[in-house]
Design a protein around this ligand. Structure first.
Ligand SMILES: *Cc1c(COP(=O)(O)O)cnc(C)c1O
Length: 354
């Protein structure tokens, strides 16, 4: 039986993407070769890379605006250090909204005393700080659009007088934003785009080349741009599968259409959390994430019963992160609305039993 997959990442991908990806592993476009055994310099694969790069820019409305898309390796975690290496000369400002922001700060601190413009750490990151100042003489400002672990999401982004860098790993391609407000966006593929193994980086070219340090080649955005994101062997399967997901999204109608669906899923989920007296949401309401809903049982004695019911309903991946506890329903783009309805049904069934 196919499960209702609420996994926080790697996460659910569209079924048709899985089918096409698995066919390509056996025989890529009737070439008689597997996607994963052919040269990455072949025309076939270069076309895949180019298509993936251009689809990413197209979906985000960033074509012709001075941006380049790259599919790199090392996960979003490598971007924590790569951003600092490429952009940090004097000082940068970071918004600390959770585990991933904190990790980004820790890495950047290798190069400088990072300034935290604001932090919600004292409240165990259950909200997004607002109303902070961003010093205009800093090199860049870094934020995390969606806090996968705590279930908070930035609904508004600050007016930023300096380049704005954003870790969008867990909500890229899920909602409409003016993406041209950002100068660098990065996202590990495995949350909303594809399998683990590649990280999408979208960078405005004119912010590069301004630091005085030497940058190792693999860490240098300019080198990856100059080589068409093929400086070394790219993760061909991850890039191809990401391309398929982006194609799927485009055919669906793009971000405006998926945003409506995501909005519906989130509304169903949160209204149950609010209406059901057995549960309590973790994040403050105004900052609730459309992608990851975090909640707890009011009475932990019900945990065993609830967990058994979840299992029987085929609901998978609902355990909260250890730093929050409780439950987390990750509702990425490919999660069908029926999965959310099933979860909500189990929650209200628990209420009628209790
Ligand atoms: C998962 C996640 C990361 C880490 O991604 P890796 O690809 O595992 O390095 C970073 N930031 C956010 C917001 C995430 O959700």
């Amino acid at each position: 039986m196919k499960k209702h997959n609420f996994s926080p990442g790697p996460c659910i991908l569209p079924n048709e993407v899985m089918l096409k990806a698995s066919e390509a592993v056996l025989d890529f476009n009737n070439s008689g070769l597997s996607l994963i055994e052919m040269s990455h310099r072949s025309k076939e694969f270069v076309d895949v890379m180019e298509k993936a790069r251009s689809l990413a820019l197209e979906l985000l409305n960033l074509e012709g605006k001075g941006y380049k898309a790259l599919f790199l390796q090392g996960g979003a975690s490598t971007q924590f250090i790569m951003v600092a290496l490429n952009l940090l000369e004097k000082r940068a400002g970071y918004l600390n909204t959770g585990t991933w922001s904190s990790k980004a700060i820790k890495e950047a601190k290798i190069y400088d005393d990072i300034y935290e413009v604001a932090s919600s750490e004292s409240a165990n990151f259950n909200y997004i700080p607002k109303g902070y100042d961003i010093p205009s003489d800093y090199d860049y400002f870094h934020c995390t659009s969606n806090n996968t672990i705590f279930g908070t999401q930035m609904k508004k982004f600050p007016e930023c007088p300096i380049p704005m860098v954003c870790d969008m790993s867990s909500d890229i391609f899920s909602r409409q934003l003016d993406f041209s407000k950002f100068d660098l966006i990065y996202a590990g593929a495995q949350k909303n785009m594809g399998p683990a193994g590649t990280t999408l980086v979208i960078v405005k070219e004119d912010i590069l080349g301004k630091v005085s340090r030497k940058i190792p080649s693999m860490m240098d955005y300019k080198i990856h741009i100059s080589k068409g994101s093929m400086f070394n062997t790219p993760p061909v399967f991850a890039v191809y599968t990401s391309m398929l997901t982006l194609e799927w999204l485009k055919n669906l109608g793009g971000i405006p259409v998926i945003e409506e669906i995501n909005d519906k899923k989130a509304r169903i989920m949160y209204s149950e959390i609010d209406i059901n007296p057995l549960f309590k949401g973790y994040a403050v309401k105004e900052d609730r994430s459309m992608m990851n809903a975090t909640f707890n049982l009011v009475n932990d004695n019900l945990k065993e019963t609830f967990d058994t019911m979840l299992k029987e309903a085929g609901i998978n991946g609902l355990n909260g992160h250890r730093s929050v506890g409780g439950y987390r329903a990750s509702m990425y783009n490919a999660l069908p609305i029926d999965s959310v309805k099933m979860l909500v049904e189990v929650m209200s069934e628990l209420e009628s039993k209790a």
